[in-house]
Design a binder for this molecule. Structure first.
Ligand SMILES: Cc1ncc(COP(=O)(O)O)c(C=O)c1O
Length: 313
């Protein structure tokens, strides 16, 4: 899906034209993957638009930067204001927002500490991420997730996505929508860009942070919603075969939102249809982000963007 451009990108405190947001080929990030970034969605509600869990995303980007000793010269509040600025300046909602901080043009060599830190925020329209309206057909990847104490999984760093690319390419080449990686001990970890949830016997299971997963903000939102709906939530290491015998399975993520899994390795998950717990969680999530239910957790940051009239209104 080609990228749809917008008018402005925020760069180090200023809005610049999309085409001027360029870097030098000798920038540190190009050679050594030294970036940290976020993916955020701005949803529309009746006559309004709101950015989902903006502060948590910007805090996670600062946490990722801290792990990599990358001094970002902005606070979470300033980065939130930058996101609101660019979304309002571009006037597009719903949209996907991509803040990124990276080591720019300075010195060559692995040590990044002498290369300047650059911060950009872009936004653009973006639709469904994991294909399959009837549920996604996924596989267990032959690639494992990052081993502990190699690449930090809690940092959303550009370099981690080389592993994700291997998982995703292999899945698509073999005719699946997405791949799920195991951790180095063979336990379920996560998709190339999504957290994983399973339901068995009415209990909602998800893989814990120690199984090499990103601390997903959608994951956290779904755990909150599930508990509010009275569903028992268990975070524990899950053996691979649990996904073949579970009653329901779904991915969560900013891009994937809540995507139910129809099959794994061509084994149907139950009857392949979205099950009752996934449906309840999915409906509650979309009711909140689309403004059909009150934003009772204060997850949405309002932005002043004219929202298109719904068709038939
Ligand atoms: C590897 C990985 N896991 C999980 C997620 C889901 O995280 P979030 O819900 O914060 O988007 C993402 C997406 O950012 C991801 O890239």
């Amino acid at each position: 899906m080609p990228l749809e451009t917008t008018a402005n990108i925020w760069h180090n405190g200023k809005l610049i034209p999309w085409d001027k947001a360029q870097i030098h080929v000798m920038s540190h990030v190009v050679h050594y993957g030294s970036s940290v970034f976020e993916g955020i969605r701005c949803y529309t509600q009746p006559n309004a638009a709101g950015i989902f869990r903006l502060h948590e995303h910007m805090q996670r980007m600062l946490d990722s930067a801290k792990i990599y000793r990358m001094p970002v010269p902005y606070t979470a509040q300033q980065l939130c204001a930058a996101v609101v600025d660019v979304v309002e300046a571009n006037g597009i909602a719903p949209c996907y927002i991509r803040p990124i901080a990276f080591r720019g043009y300075g010195e060559m060599g692995i040590n990044p500490l002498t290369s300047p830190v650059e911060v950009y925020v872009a936004n653009f329209p973006w639709g469904k991420y994991v294909p399959g309206n009837e549920g996604a057909d996924v596989c267990i990847s032959s690639w494992s997730r990052l081993a502990p104490n190699t690449m930090p999984s809690l940092a959303k760093a550009g370099a981690n996505y080389m592993n994700s690319q291997l998982i995703r390419m292999e899945a698509e080449i073999n005719g699946y929508s997405e791949g799920i990686a195991l951790d180095v001990n063979g336990y379920l970890s996560e998709g190339s860009g999504e957290n994983l949830f399973l339901v068995r016997g009415g209990v909602l299971y998800t893989t814990p942070l120690a199984n090499s997963v990103l601390s997903g903000i959608t994951r956290n939102s779904i755990i909150t919603i599930a508990k509010q709906l009275g569903i028992e939530v268990v975070e524990q290491a899950l053996p691979r075969e649990m996904i073949y015998i579970c009653d329901e399975a779904f991915f969560t993520g900013t891009a994937a939102e809540v995507t139910h899994l129809r099959s794994v390795d061509r084994i149907l998950v139950a009857d392949g249809k979205m099950g009752p717990i996934t449906t309840a969680i999915h409906n509650e999530f979309f009711a909140i982000v689309n403004g059909l239910k009150p934003d009772r957790y204060n997850w949405l940051t309002p932005v002043n963007v004219k929202v298109p009239e719904p068709v038939g209104a």
